[in-house]
Design a protein around this ligand. Structure first.
Ligand SMILES: Nc1ncnc2c1ncn2[C@@H]1O[C@H](COP(=O)(O)OP(=O)(O)OP(=O)(O)O)[C@@H](O)[C@H]1O
Length: 231
């Protein structure tokens, strides 16, 4: 099957430093891809170049459709909402940016799917850290994107909130959404990802399924592989 997104030779430089050094990356329909690697490895920069949010200094990205922005959903690490508006108002505002208006049933559905039903009328600034993360994901889902990018969606959450986000990712994947996420939690990556891409110092060091990769390198699990390849 042809990939939805095909990135070739992506390069990014800041000042004199090259932080992404020629990354080739394909995203296939309905897969869940995890980008892993140390802090500063270049994961977010790579995602942002794929999303068209940061111009690459080299390389190219090809998409399956003419207007990819309409079909890509993004949750980056910074919170993207308006603090004085409620969760529902934030969603309605984002919908308006896409030229849509969420009907009451659609609003309920998206809030429920993201575990935010009780937070509908709460101002975004008063939501807990986990609820804010869920609102960021809900915002990314408003226009029902075909491909969803989640940058550390479970970072700094309590175990229950983490589980709820993982369950949401699984549900979205089952309903046909292609998902690319970053995480520093190797157990989580083993649980969720169909394919893992390990980035270290701006280059892809290993790529494969979470089951096959450790076998291929003769180690017991993904965490051992990570520690071995990111020295
Ligand atoms: N706007 C910028 N100006 C200068 N340097 C930057 C900029 N954005 C990122 N960098 C640098 O690029 C490198 C890669 O950063 P990036 O955020 O892509 O890493 P990451 O793998 O996502 O890390 P983390 O796991 O900590 O989120 C880092 O050294 C970072 O300091």
């Amino acid at each position: 099957m042809d990939p939805l997104i095909r990135a070739r030779g992506l390069v990014k430089r800041y000042g004199g430093r090259t932080v992404v050094k020629g990354i080739d990356l394909d995203i296939h329909p309905n897969e869940v891809v995890a980008l892993i690697g140390p802090n500063g490895a270049g994961k977010t920069t790579t995602l942002e170049m794929i999303l068209g949010l940061r111009p690459p200094d080299g390389g190219s990205v090809a998409y399956w459709c003419e207007d990819p922005r309409k079909h890509l959903g993004v949750q980056l690490q910074a919170t993207p909402f308006f603090p004085a508006l409620t969760a529902a108002e934030n969603l309605q505002l984002i919908a308006a940016f896409y030229g849509m208006r969420l009907q009451p049933g659609e609003m309920r559905d998206i809030l429920q799917r993201c575990g935010l039903a009780e937070a509908e009328r709460t101002e975004a600034s008063r939501l807990s850290g986990g609820q804010q993360k869920r609102l960021a994901i809900a915002i990314a889902l408003v226009h029902r994107p075909q491909v969803l990018f989640l940058d550390e969606p479970t970072a700094a959450l309590d175990p229950r909130a983490r589980k709820e986000i993982r369950d949401l990712i699984r549900r979205l994947s089952r309903s046909g959404t292609t998902i690319v996420f970053t995480s520093h939690d190797m157990e989580e990556v083993e649980k969720l990802a169909d394919r893992v891409i390990l980035i270290h110092r701006g280059e892809i060091r290993a790529e494969g399924s979470p089951e096959s990769l450790p076998r291929q390198y003769g180690v017991g699990n993904l965490e051992e592989l990570y520690l071995e390849l990111t020295v």
